[in-house]
Write a protein that binds this ligand. Structure first.
Ligand code: FE2
Ligand code: FE2
Length: 340
């Protein structure tokens, strides 16, 4: 899933890139302008490193927390086929979290510290996962809209200037595409079903539409990191630009499903060729981001519990690694030498 709006600022980010040696800085920017990839051992401004660690770790946390709302439905999937697809999807999300933590580690971040930031509530994850999944149709709507929005956000990251992040995103995007399709197919099946099934699909769209649009982050006018992230080619499109792409792709899909987009102001602007939406409730966005969503507490509690339950696995892995790092004693102990 996806990287939340980059508005959780680390005080060190405020250090101006101009503090760095100007020649190194100029060379770094020239490489970025030439579409070169920056690799872990290359020189980079400290603010670039910190900005990426924050973005990549928030992205990793989102993948991990994002397993919760859907994992909730694995035991209640309506058929073996649906269960197998949902299990595969949730496992993919775990894998995405693992690649991304590994990408953050290449920048010098310690995984334990990143996980601790999540568990202590200091780090953010995508606020979309603070909404509940109330019916099976929500699994369809999450795949279609949430993974769909994630793809829109993440495709440009495949060309991000930082090599390890860009390469991780290529595989992740392929998997997100499967997630989006399995979600749309669930919606399509429900919409071709009984009246009750269609009503369930409509209810899911009603609840997920606006939160999905908020996944692109605050409007450009309020987005504090955009300019610098664009110059460093961490970000390629603005929040509003990506949101519009998503709306233009998704409204026709809702029409194909025969569902109504829950926005009375929605209209197609023939002049611009874009769908225009009504106002987004940014108060809700800020409230959920600040911890006021239906499931914020539950999601973090689930992560803390999982971390505590996994303590023995980490201890066993550390003991195994220590045993193999020690010099091998050989099959037989050497005979003791007689004292001279
Ligand atoms: Fe994902
Ligand atoms: Fe996904």
């Amino acid at each position: 899933m996806y990287s939340q709006a980059l508005d959780q600022r680390d005080p060190l980010d405020r250090r101006d890139a101009a503090d760095e040696a100007p020649a190194l800085e100029a060379g770094f920017q020239a490489r970025i302008d030439a579409e070169d990839k920056i690799e872990p051992n290359d020189w980079m401004p400290e603010a670039y490193r910190r900005s990426l660690i924050r973005q990549i770790s928030q992205h990793a946390h989102s993948e991990i927390v994002g397993m919760g709302p859907e994992g909730n439905w694995i035991t209640r999937a309506p058929s073996l086929r649906r269960k197998a697809a949902l299990l595969a999807k949730v496992q993919d999300e775990c894998g995405h979290g693992v690649y991304l933590y590994a990408a953050a580690e290449t920048l010098g971040a310690a995984r334990e510290e990143l996980v601790d930031q999540l568990l202590s509530g200091r780090a953010k994850y995508s606020s979309i996962f603070n909404y509940p999944t109330l019916s099976w149709a929500d699994i369809g709507a999450v795949g279609w809209l949430v993974d769909g929005a994630a793809i829109m956000n993440q495709i440009p990251l495949c060309r991000c200037s930082y090599g390890p992040y860009a390469r991780a995103m290529i595989r992740i995007c392929k998997e997100e595409s499967f997630h989006q399709r399995q979600g749309f197919e669930i919606m399509l099946t429900l919409c071709r079903g009984t009246d009750a099934q269609r009503a369930m699909a409509q209810d899911a769209l009603d609840r997920w539409w606006w939160p999905a649009l908020m996944m692109f982050g605050p409007p450009d006018s309020e987005s504090r990191h955009s300019d610098r992230s664009m110059r460093w080619k961490i970000k390629r499109f603005t929040n509003d630009g990506l949101r519009q792409k998503f709306i233009d792709a998704t409204v026709p899909q809702a029409q194909y499903l025969g569902l109504a987009v829950p926005d009375p102001a929605l209209r197609f602007d023939a002049e611009t060729g874009h769908w225009q939406i009504g106002p987004i409730d940014w108060d809700e966005f800020h409230r959920v981001l600040a911890g006021g969503g239906a499931c914020n507490r539950e999601r973090l509690e689930a992560r803390r519990q999982a971390h505590a339950d996994g303590a023995w696995v980490r201890a066993a892995a550390a003991a195994y690694a220590a045993k193999h790092a020690a010099p091998h004693p050989g099959p037989h102990p050497a005979p003791a030498r007689a004292a001279a």
